[in-house]
Design a protein around this ligand. Structure first.
Ligand SMILES: [Zn+2]
Length: 279
């Protein structure tokens, strides 16, 4: 385990993407089998350490590809789930096995630039970047979200979400239908416990932490997939984070949830069903 970092600073990672959103789409083709949060983590560490951005794999993963990690190279850390079984003694003296799942930073990954061919005559297999297709209908189906007809008389309304019913509606004349779709899906994923039954999003998005979260998810999805609406979502989130108190609240409470929700949306719509996960 890393001696320096025990958990990712999701707020900082999010801000780094906000500063340079173009890079996310570029790197998605390399790292899409990892979670979006881990993609950001990998990019951030490689940039910080001056490692050329390239495909990553584990020590043994590279070995299978005919390459080995060079001596002295320090691993890249990703945020990984760990399942632990523990035996707990109950009050009546009997024992019970319990499973605990939590996340830790694991130093297991190396970039292409940190490896060399095992056989000097053969460079081994270098994974080629590819961007998975993202399909809107597949995403909605996999997320269990139903798109209902848009029945709003207010022409300004771009879309709405009923998180408790897992329903969204998008104005057929929405100015940025991609951004609005991701925004409404995000409400369904993140805000189902809120008392209000519906979020109605007008042309100008309200200022609230829920709206900032939904728009941040839309920003990440548009940035990853290179879809229009990115700059508008970015503008809203940047102005929201312009206040240091709000930025702190967002970093603490929202950033990791925003990464997780965007990742869920991206994975749900990825046509190829390779559930590579974070192996
Ligand atoms: Zn909203």
């Amino acid at each position: 385990m890393s001696n320096t970092v025990t958990r990712p600073d999701w707020g900082k990672l999010f801000s780094s993407i906000l500063a340079e959103p173009g890079r996310l789409g570029e790197y998605y083709s390399l790292f899409h089998s990892y979670s979006l949060g881990n993609q950001a983590l990998a990019m951030f560490q490689m940039t910080l350490r001056g490692i050329p951005i390239g495909p990553i794999s584990s020590f043994n993963g590279w070995k299978k590809l005919g390459r080995r990690v060079r001596k002295g190279e320090k691993a890249i850390a990703l945020w990984m789930p760990v399942v632990k079984k523990e035996v707990v003694q109950k009050d009546d003296g009997t024992e019970e096995e319990r499973t605990r799942r939590f996340f830790i930073m694991k130093n297991h990954w190396f970039a292409l630039a940190q490896t060399e061919p095992i056989d000097p005559e053969n460079p081994g297999t270098v994974p080629t970047p590819e961007t998975p297709e993202w399909d809107r209908a597949t995403a909605l189906a996999n997320l269990g979200i139903t798109e209902v007809p848009f029945e709003h008389t207010d022409g300004n309304c771009q879309g709405f979400a009923r998180p408790d019913k897992l329903e969204i509606a998008i104005n057929p004349l929405a100015a940025m239908p991609w951004k609005t779709t991701f925004h409404e899906i995000a409400h369904c994923l993140l805000h189902s416990k809120r008392a209000e039954a519906a979020f109605v999003d007008g042309g100008v998005i309200d200022a609230s932490i829920e709206e900032a979260e939904a728009e941040a998810v839309a920003f990440l999805c548009c940035a990853t997939l290179g879809l229009p609406g990115l700059e508008e979502a970015r503008g809203y989130v940047q102005s929201w984070l312009g206040s240091s108190a709000k930025a702190e609240e967002f970093a603490k409470k929202s950033a990791s949830r925003v990464f997780a929700a965007a990742d869920k949306i991206l994975k749900a719509g990825a046509a190829s069903k390779e559930e590579a996960g974070d192996e």
